[in-house]
Design a protein around this ligand. Structure first.
Ligand code: HSE
Length: 405
């Protein structure tokens, strides 16, 4: 018997218990032994839950039990979760998590702690919910230099944008529905302001850079709260949808990362990605493009990824074999280029009277007229580097947004 403990019995934690029970026989066959939840550590009681008898409030009981070799951290946040994760890893117990905030904030330290104590720290569920992306990026694509990642990595915002556009649901109502479905963070500000996507991009970029840690703080981030219905309707007029994208570029001049709303063109593979679904396009210099698509949030999809990690952690792998090795650069400087230097394709829109000014400002770029009716809009298809704000702010009434095609 392989015993595990679940710390935090919220949406994802309870999903983990449910998936382990639902697929008990399949899992036993895969592992060659039964996997049993011995404890559920939570401050709350869960009367009526089929797992009620496993609930304990006594952390010492769980940590001191030598039979528990793997602990699931689905507490969330970076306070108690951080303390408990450090405690477990220090005791040589592997930890499996869906907590992107913790991985993005303290990843290097926790991975180092795991390595020192011959155990592993796994976080497949931290990005993309149920979509396999961490292990494929870390292992299957290891032969590549990753030149680009572009992803819809937040289910809540994609759900909100889809429902506002297609069903005329208000922003507030769409957010409420996302919360009711268990997609949103405890504090949904993290979703709508792009912080959740920023954390996920920090994780993806750190893996893409082979363990050079990209701190969330160096990722310029804009969420969806300032978007208007007009932006969403305008997108439709130019054959686009508005999507919140997390972007990592790794060119000859250096790497750059940002999170921002984009006009996504209908020709793009990201265009049909709706509702809570996430999709992450990874471009490797040998592979070319691959897209990872699936349910990016929600109880059972996220639990699916957590349980996958549990099975890896309980199996007799060479200790630490899968552990990542993130290191903070010794010069304490930033790893990626400042946002002003990030390369992007953009859409510029302005009143019709300013059409010539827009054309003149981007005359040296490859462009395509997006709209010339009521207002003027230009797809700037050549990569704009560094001076977007300066160029656009000089044009009366002009606005710009990133574009993905
Ligand atoms: N709040 C997150 C989202 C949960 O909406 O994508 C999954 O990480």
């Amino acid at each position: 018997m392989k015993y595990i403990a679940i710390m935090g019995f919220g949406v994802v934690g309870s999903g983990v218990a449910e998936v382990l029970a639902m697929n008990e026989d399949k899992i036993a066959k895969h592992v060659g032994d039964k996997v049993k939840v011995k404890y559920i550590l939570d401050l709350r009681d869960f009367p009526g839950s089929p797992f009620e008898s496993l609930v304990t409030h006594d952390a010492d009981e769980v940590f001191n039990d030598p039979e528990v070799k793997v602990m699931v951290e689905t507490i969330g946040g970076a306070r108690i979760a951080y303390e408990y994760t450090k405690r477990a890893l220090s005791l040589g117990k592997s930890v499996v998590t869906s907590n992107k905030e913790l991985v993005a904030t303290h990843g290097p330290e926790l991975m180092e702690l795991a390595r020192k104590n011959n155990c592993i720290y796994l976080y497949e569920a931290a990005v993309g919910g149920g979509i396999p992306i961490i292990r494929p990026l870390h292992r299957c694509l290891a032969a590549n230099r990753v030149v680009r990642i572009a992803g819809i990595v937040n289910g809540t915002t994609n759900y909100i944008l889809t429902n506002m556009r297609d069903n005329g649901v208000s922003y507030e109502e769409a957010l409420k529905q996302a919360q009711a479905n268990g997609y949103a963070e405890a504090n949904p500000t993290a979703d709508v302001e792009g912080i959740d996507a920023q954390r996920k991009l920090s994780i993806l970029s750190s893996i893409a850079l082979d363990g050079t840690y990209v701190a969330p703080a160096e990722i310029n981030t804009v969420g969806i709260s300032a978007l208007s219905l007009d932006d969403i309707e305008f997108a439709g007029k130019i054959g686009c949808k508005v999507k919140l994208l997390a972007v990592f570029n790794n060119g000859d001049e250096g790497s750059s990362c940002y999170v921002a709303p984009h006009f996504v063109r209908s020709s793009s593979v990201l265009y049909p990605v709706e509702d809570v679904f996430n999709a992450i396009v990874v471009e490797g210099n040998a592979l070319g493009e691959a897209m990872f698509y699936g349910q990016g949030a929600g109880k059972l999809p996220t639990a699916s990824a957590v349980v996958g990690d549990i099975l890896e952690a309980v199996m007799p792998v060479e200790a630490g074999a899968y552990a990542h090795n993130w290191s903070v650069p010794s010069n304490e400087g930033r790893v990626t280029l400042p946002y002003e230097k990030a390369a992007s394709k953009i859409v510029v829109r302005a009143p019709l009277a300013a059409a010539d000014d827009v054309k003149a400002a981007f005359a040296s770029y490859e462009t395509e007229v997006a709209l010339d009716d009521g207002e003027f809009a230009l797809f700037v298809r050549g990569i704009v580097n560094g001076d977007i704000e300066t160029k656009v702010s000089g044009i009366q009434g002009a606005k710009w947004m990133h574009m993905y095609e």
